[in-house]
Design a protein around this ligand. Structure first.
Ligand code: ZN
Length: 246
């Protein structure tokens, strides 16, 4: 009797662990692009910011690299009133970079799924309208989402089902957002140490990006890496992320 009780406990623990492993692995699916090619994705969160994003795009233009900007509604709403913001976002689209949804208020949403759904819907619509102003019609399914603080919790499954955007993007996050507190060398080391095929690097629309970004791109190019982002173009396809091009 005692032995069978023990076996039951062990079995329950085993199932629990197995469930955890499955959940964690599923979670990891969005951490990288499924590919055996030397490809990485660069992403910049929390914009738009007229100074930082213009500097970032000057560097990207110089190296001919396309990226994805995950932006908040609170910043994107300035598109209508702030000419600098309008110009920088229009430049992103015209240059072939992608716009992503980073929620409206950039909060912690673990207890607020309905609010999160409303925010994501609102930012999807803003992004669609901005593309339309640039003469491009896109489906909301083509807009990638990144949760603020890379949040992931069980209730998010419900939100993912409701929102129906297929691309929920995580990735490797260092401490670039602390800018000079982390410093150029450490930021570069963090990214280079986590470099692998299909890696997605999380960075931020911060002024300090101008200090480390050129060297990161030079480093990756020297290692023969290409850069993926989300576009309407269909030259390459990765099963986890739909249509990606270099
Ligand atoms: Zn963020």
């Amino acid at each position: 009797m005692k032995k069978s009780w023990k076996i039951t406990v062990v079995f329950v623990i085993f199932i629990g662990l197995l469930f955890n492993v499955i959940t964690i692995n599923h979670n990891k699916e969005v951490n990288k692009i499924k590919t055996d090619k030397r490809v990485v994705m660069l992403t910049f969160d929390d914009g738009p910011s007229s100074y930082a994003d213009n500097k970032i795009m000057d560097i990207l233009d110089h190296f001919d690299v396309k990226v994805t900007f995950f932006m908040t509604g609170i910043n994107l709403q300035k598109y209508k009133s702030d000419i600098g913001i309008k110009k920088v976002v229009d430049r992103m689209i015209k240059s072939g970079h992608s716009l992503g949804n980073h929620s409206y208020f950039h909060n912690k949403y673990i207890n607020y799924q309905k609010i999160l759904i409303n925010e994501l819907d609102a930012v999807n619509l803003m992004i669609q309208n901005i593309y339309l102003e640039n003469g491009i019609k896109i489906d909301k399914k083509d807009i990638p989402i990144r949760m603020p603080y890379l949040q992931y919790y069980k209730g998010l499954g419900y939100v993912i089902q409701r929102i129906k955007n297929p691309f929920w993007i995580r990735g490797y996050l260092g401490t670039d957002y602390l800018e000079q507190v982390t410093g150029k060398d450490k930021i570069l080391n963090q990214y280079v140490k986590h470099l692998k095929k299909g890696q997605i690097f999380v960075a931020h629309s911060k002024d300090y990006a101008k200090v480390w970004l050129p060297e990161l791109i030079q480093n990756l190019k020297a290692k023969k890496y290409n850069f993926a982002n989300f576009t309407q173009n269909e030259r390459f396809h990765y099963s986890n992320y739909g249509k990606l091009v270099f």
